[in-house]
Design a binder for this molecule. Structure first.
Ligand code: ATP
Ligand code: MG
Length: 286
């Protein structure tokens, strides 16, 4: 029988769309019936298992799924032994302590003897232990941010990305317990043939992630500006320089990280670059 990689993906929630989109950009199309628990990929030996994010670490540890696309914080919270294979760059967030605005918070010692509401009791307990603090942990499943307002807690420990939920509820972020993003994690014992499939998948994902970070840029410049422009450009390799039909002018092409592009745009213009185009890259193999 053909070996197939079983990939746990969140069934619904914050991770789902980005997970499916990433697989799609890797050329792996999933027949996405929301009601299905299991969906085969059409063009890669892989089956998706749709599960609760909070259940994924357990399923992957037990080998029911070979790998999972899961929030790093969930692996920590569930205390499962998984091998982290690759960070994926989405669902970035942090687990933080927040307290009502204008609370005098001299440091984590504030939490000693206080009541803290959270959906992440294990991560919080670990943090308190490291700081040698005692606090009453109130575990609640959702809407933790309202706990201080209704008098249930003095502080909360919750996931934050932009901070707008905290702001709307009159809370202020004070301490960061951990940083998280979505990642690929695998079960500890993976057979050699599955490991090979995982390697192929990771190769594809890496080329998609690299492509997302980079842009293909092209510009025109008078020939006497080429040396300076080539010096400014931090590309993959040496840029391509091609003559334009108009004598004395060339076109310069290269690939750079988008954030670097914004840093050097003024220098490029000062060196004589004109008609600068920036294009997305679909896959990048280096
Ligand atoms: P389940 O599927 O079991 O309900 P969940 O409640 O953890 O899981 P989500 O709320 O969709 O599901 O969160 C999934 C993951 O997304 C979290 O584990 C975390 O890594 C990340 N995440 C959570 N909150 C945020 C946020 N505010 N911003 C960005 N990422 C977040
Ligand atoms: Mg949930």
């Amino acid at each position: 029988m053909e070996t197939r990689l079983k990939v746990a993906v969140q069934k619904s929630g914050r991770l789902l769309d980005d997970s499916i989109q990433l697989l799609k950009e890797c050329g792996i199309h999933i027949d996405n019936g929301k009601q299905q628990l299991r969906a085969p990929a059409r063009n890669f030996p892989l089956d998706v298992l749709y599960l609760r994010n909070s259940d994924i670490p357990q399923y992957v540890q037990d080998g029911v799924a070979d790998i999972g696309i899961v929030g790093e914080n969930t692996i920590v919270e569930k205390g499962k032994k998984l091998v982290k294979v690759l960070p994926l760059g989405f669902s970035k967030c942090r687990l933080s302590i927040a307290v009502p605005k204008n609370t005098n918070y001299p440091g984590a010692s504030f939490l000693d003897g206080k009541r803290i509401a959270t959906s992440y009791p294990n991560s919080l307990r670990q943090f308190l232990k490291e700081k040698q603090l005692n606090a009453e942990i109130h575990e609640i499943a959702g809407s933790v941010e309202i706990a201080p307002n209704i008098g249930l807690a003095d502080a909360i420990c919750d996931l934050v990305s932009t901070g707008s939920t905290l702001f709307k509820n009159g809370l202020e972020e004070k301490d960061i317990i951990l940083q998280s993003q979505a990642c690929i994690a695998r079960t500890e014992d993976l057979s050699a043939d599955k490991m090979l499939l995982l390697k192929q998948l990771v190769f594809r994902i890496e080329s998609v992630l690299k492509a997302r970070k980079n842009k293909y840029i092209l510009m025109n410049a008078p020939n006497d500006g080429i040396d300076e422009i080539v010096n400014i450009l931090p590309g993959m390799k040496s840029p391509t320089v091609m003559p334009l039909a108009e004598a004395g002018w060339s076109s310069i092409h290269t690939v750079i990280e988008e954030k670097r592009f914004w840093e050097i745009i003024d220098e490029l213009k000062d060196a004589g670059a004109e008609g600068i185009l920036v294009a997305p890259i679909e896959k990048m193999i280096v």
